[in-house]
Design a protein around this ligand. Structure first.
Ligand code: OGA
Ligand code: MN
Length: 280
């Protein structure tokens, strides 16, 4: 197995591993280490059915079952860990999967859960001819890039994370029905449970309000933090090929999707890895 860096800030390609076959314990340990070191891992030319994608997921921890939003029928969890990320629409007009079309702003997955998922895996099954790249930002570096006076003001504070199903629009707190919208207050600077390193934990799509700040102070600080978090110097942009299996660390990175043609189909099979509570 070889690990080849893809960008100075984050991202590496793992070569010489066929995830459709059993992976030995030594290789699994090397992959897990590479994941902690590089934040995003790309495995190219993979042929994965659901069973082998599940086995690949388990290298990184227990695979999570999908949860239904509050108030959606039938209640309780879905009975599958898989989700399709796609713009494909069935003949009856309903969506085959989630996250639809086009651009999606930077976010963490499930930052609005008390125990945000550790990681997300996407396997590319259908791609548009161009566009739809996924960008990843290193939030350890974002933390280090916060000017000292602002960092001091953020120390020990929480930020309200909300998922209201928008993809490219700022949250509007006046419009949110909190009984029906998943949300959670997280530390604004977390200590990564596996690496012990500090990471900034905000995103343009899901971070609504810094606790203890006035509305204006919060908006001002968040806007500065979004710029720091989206600085191109700390962003790796992945251009997908069919058969790519990409996993990202969802605690120390945020990700965004670029626009792609509406009249072309894009299909990814997605899994997530169970997480834990974030602490300061
Ligand atoms: C996701 C996600 C981005 C993409 O699956 O959580 O944000 O490029 N996907 O489809
Ligand atoms: Mn996402």
């Amino acid at each position: 197995m070889d690990v080849v860096k893809l960008h100075p800030a984050l991202g590496a390609e793992v070569r010489g591993v066929d995830l459709s076959k059993p992976v030995d314990a030594t290789t699994k340990a090397a992959i897990a280490q590479a994941f902690n070191d590089h934040i995003v891992l790309v495995f190219k030319d993979q042929t994965l059915d659901e069973t082998s994608q599940l086995a690949a997921g388990e290298i990184f921890g227990p695979v999570a079952i999908r949860r239904r939003p509050p108030g959606r029928q039938p209640g309780g969890d879905y009975d599958t860990p898989f989700m399709l990320v796609t713009n494909i629409v069935r003949p009856d007009g309903s969506s085959l999967g989630a996250f639809g079309d086009g651009e999606m702003w930077f976010h963490h997955d499930t930052s609005y859960y008390p125990e945000p998922h550790r990681a997300t895996l996407l396997y590319a099954m259908k791609l548009p001819t161009h566009g739809g790249n996924t960008c990843f930002s290193n939030m350890y570096m974002a933390y280090e890039n916060i000017p000292r006076p602002l960092r001091d003001r953020l120390e020990g504070r929480r930020v309200l994370q909300i998922h209201d199903y928008k993809r490219r629009e700022r949250l509007n707190l006046d419009e949110i029905d909190f009984a029906k919208t998943r949300h959670f207050e997280q530390p604004i600077i977390i200590t990564h449970p596996k690496t012990g390193r500090k990471a900034l934990y905000i995103s343009r799509l899901m971070s609504a309000r810094i606790e203890g700040f006035s509305k204006a102070e919060s908006e001002d600080a968040l806007e500065q933090l979004f710029e720091i978090a989206e600085n191109p110097a700390i962003v790796f942009e992945h251009e997908w090929s069919l058969g790519d299996m990409v996993i990202w660390d969802n605690w120390c990175s945020i990700h965004a999707r670029k626009d792609f043609p509406r009249d072309q189909e894009r299909l990814m099979r997605r899994l997530t890895i169970e997480g834990q509570a974030m602490s300061f």
